[in-house]
Design a protein around this ligand. Structure first.
Ligand code: BES
Ligand code: MN
Ligand code: ZN
Length: 476
């Protein structure tokens, strides 16, 4: 969809107004926007208490507009995430207003509000309608945000949401369209970033056995994309995202049911592209390298097989026990190439890596593993700000036993027990001493149905990671 337009000017006809109120019917500043009408009175009469999640939706004849009272609950419990949830769900209930302008009143408790409300509304308005004849459900043309805090904050929220929605747009693409070549084309449009792309010939020449093996039976040309942004004076931050454009499992083929979901196995790479766009749009003064190993994982007469042994970029050999544990194999080459050649200060990878992580943590927490407490702490604090939650999983040397192989250095599966951790243990062999965090986003990268608590997460790709790493980079 087209992005919503934003305005702070009061001189226009407003069709609907979102009015927040706490349980004590404050802040007075906000409720006075409906003063003179009977809205508050009738809301009270109908039993509206201002509890969080409660709404009162009415057309007020006197004000000549639709008024949506939105309960915010108790003031002392209010925070940025509650604001995001309240405003995105309020916006969703006004999606179908027949004409254009929705005015948004903010509670006025913190200076984050214009940014976060804009962000949440733009994310809620997202609709992947590219391939649908019946286009976007949103009839709202313009959002009018009433704030004294200035337009820059609204702009920042808008640009962040745009990058998240851009990430969703790529990640939601059907698997025969969202190919490695499309990623390259998209990356090359990001202004301010330089882009390099390695192909299969390069994989063979450079000894990237994981990328070579997984991409052997791919019909779409595989690529390793490298995006670079920012001043080269400082050591870069390296961000790597898994980009399996379709994961059939290969020879260790997956069951048919739900296999369509494996178009989302490119969400890590999509987030990397989105982050690079965001930092270039906001002109962040930071040296960042984004890498995306991209290929489809398909079976075929020439496919790599269970039992094969691959040699990765850093010389470590891995025995393939399942061709469906392909993510770690391609990440191995990207991580070892990136850490060796760019000498980053830190490396963070994002990957829809294991079903085990989804079983352990569900859909609201990404699994976080790594080798550096300081870095983990920074990621956690960024996650607390953005509510892109992470939960730490253990990754000590005891997990290494499970991935020992008799015929190679390591094997690519460690059995059912601790599946997310053994995948992390595998990756740890490819980052050397570089401070590293691995985010298993298998549970958070997409949702199968609209999230009723988080109206800013419509079904489909969520864009998880973009905002989290942006907050991290801003502080770094
Ligand atoms: N892309 C999948 C992981 C996945 C599965 C993400 C379901 C989200 C939902 C990954 O490539 C995979 O197949 N992992 C296997 C590893 C196993 C064979 C060791 C898994 O988790 O089953
Ligand atoms: Mn797989
Ligand atoms: Zn996969």
């Amino acid at each position: 969809m087209e992005f919503l337009k934003y305005s702070t000017s009061n001189s226009q006809i407003v069709n609907a107004i979102i009015v927040p109120t706490f349980e004590d019917f404050t802040p007075a500043d906000t409720t006075k926007t409906v003063a003179g009408s009977k809205v508050l009175e009738s809301a009270r009469k109908s039993g509206f208490l201002g509890k969080r999640g409660e709404t009162f939706d009415t057309f007020d004849a006197k004000l000549e507009k639709r008024v949506l009272l939105v309960g915010l609950g108790q003031k002392k419990e209010f925070d940025d995430e509650k604001l995001r949830r309240s405003y995105s769900s309020a916006f969703n209930s006004l999606r179908s207003i027949p004409r254009g302008v929705v005015q948004v009143i903010l509670p006025g408790l913190s200076s984050n509000e214009p940014k976060e409300a804009t962000f949440a509304i733009d994310l809620a308005a997202y609709d992947f309608d590219k391939y649908r004849n019946d286009k976007s459900k949103t009839k709202v043309e313009k959002v009018l945000i009433t704030t004294k805090l200035g337009e820059e904050l609204i702009n920042e929220g808008r640009i962040i949401a745009e990058a998240v929605n851009f990430t969703r747009d790529i990640a939601n693409l059907p698997p025969s369209i969202g190919t490695p070549s499309l990623f390259e084309k998209t990356a090359r449009k990001i202004k301010g970033a330089t882009v390099r792309a390695f192909d299969r010939e390069d994989f063979i020449k450079m000894g990237m056995g994981g990328l070579e093996g997984v991409s052997r039976a791919a019909r779409e040309a595989a690529k390793l994309l490298i995006l670079e942004y920012g001043p080269k004076s400082k050591k870069p931050v390296l961000i790597v995202g898994k980009g399996i454009t379709f994961d059939s499992g290969g020879i260790s083929i997956k069951p048919a049911e739900g296999m369509d979901q494996m178009k989302f196995d490119k969400c890590g790479a999509s987030a990397v592209i989105g982050i690079m766009k965001l930092i270039s749009d906001l002109k962040l003064d930071r040296h960042v390298i984004g890498m995306a190993p991209l290929t489809e994982n398909l079976p075929g007469g020439n496919a790599y097989k269970p039992g094969d042994i691959l040699t990765h970029y850093n010389g470590v050999t891995s025995e393939v026990l399942s061709t469906d544990a392909e993510g770690r194999l391609v990440l191995a080459d990207a991580l070892s190439y990136g850490t060796k050649n760019f000498k980053p200060s830190v490396v963070i990878d994002m990957a829809t890596l294991t079903g085990a992580c989804v079983v352990a943590l569900g859909n609201n927490y990404a699994g976080m593993m790594g080798n550096d407490d300081k870095l983990k702490k920074k990621i956690r604090s960024a996650s607390e700000k953005t509510w892109e939650n992470v939960w730490e999983l253990p990754l000590d040397e005891d997990f290494q036993d499970q991935i020992k192989s008799k015929v190679a250095d390591i094997k690519n599966t460690g059995g059912r027990e601790g599946g997310a951790e053994t995948a992390g243990a595998f990756l740890s062999k490819f980052v050397g001493d570089t401070p590293w965090v691995h985010l298993d986003i298998a549970g958070t990268a997409w949702t199968q149905k609209n999230n009723s608590h988080k109206a800013y997460l419509p079904a489909g790709a969520t864009g998880f990671g973009v905002r989290l790493l942006y907050e991290f980079l801003k502080e770094e």
